[in-house]
Design a protein around this ligand. Sequence first.
Ligand code: SF4
Length: 406
Amino acid sequence: MSEFEDIKQHPNFCAAPWYSFYTNGFDSLRPCCVFQGTLGAVAGRSPDEIMDSEELVELRSKILKNDLPKPCIESCIKAEENGFTSHRNRMNTWYSDLKNGVTVEQMSERVAYLQYYDLRMSNLCNFKCHFCSFENSSSWFDDANHLPGEEVFYSDPVTGNHVPTKKKIWKATVDFEKLLSDNVEYLKYINISGGEPLLIPETYKLLESLQNHKKFDVVISISTNLSTIHLDKYNLLNQLRNFERVTLSASLDAFGQRAEYLRKGTNWGTIVSNWNSLKKFQREVNSKINLKVHTTVFNLNSFHALDFYDYIEKNFEPDGISLNPCSSPEIYNLDNIRPSMRRELISHYEARANPFFQPVLNQLKSINIDHFSEENFSHLRKIIFALDKIRNSNFHKALPEWRDYI
Ligand code: SF4
């Protein structure tokens, strides 16, 4: 049995906490980027101390007992039930390349080294996307302060409690360059997102460090809003010249006026121009770079997602598109739509019959209309129109397909 087959025999197994850790601008320790909540704090810990931390040991022990915690079920298992490729699926696939012959039965709490760094080094971002929050975008700070009934808070990395804050931009206190040099011989994957990583100097410093260590075979993955590809003296494309395995994922879920509304801060012309620069770089300088589009399907872009997909395939010609369901905040979930809209959407997706969107259709069909929450939907409505006031924008003008539903 191949090692991947071995992992597939264990339906709820997730390898992430055996070789990966995630941290963010608030120093939170998690096994991966989709795990909602926190296990503890990262600051001051060496790679070995992170691997042997009580928090990761406990999570590994739970997974070996087939006792997946709630954040894993909410983020990964539910997505898989509808046919999406979950983060757990991806982490298990990568791990099957790394685990050197150890089967799940033979796994104990520590069989590997820290090989995957998943970093959000700051919340600094120039966009304030609808389904985002202050923790992931500093630009949300002012809007969240003006929304009635909302307060600006971050999650304490140790307790997970919400702590009100008046500080807009947060940066991790972790010494990332040290974390890299202490572990450079084992490091295989580095995933950088934000905030907007291409506005954060630490991103470019980390790439410089990798170059200094001649670590050109590390798998680098950067998720960006594509608003820029340089910062002051740093030019991303110059830095990526010699790396052999790079994926740049543009987080896009709509085009044109809808993109400019849903991901506030977007200038669609700039996105197109930056994408074209990346394609030119791929053609002329480094053909090993992968250019992908990372799409989140949530209620507000659900009518548009099929047109968006066709547009991107035709005009961007990406090396791949990944489709992800929005699991948080809850009000943006695909489940939070009126039953009449759900019926319309099912017809819309069935008529277009695009197999890529089968997981979306599955999710729509699995919604239990008896569980429709008027309260959640009213909250969505309240947030949309309050944000329109704050941002001087117009929901119905930007997304006319919603006129009959909200
Ligand atoms: S199951 Fe999902 S959320 Fe849980 S550790 Fe694995 S990848 Fe992360």
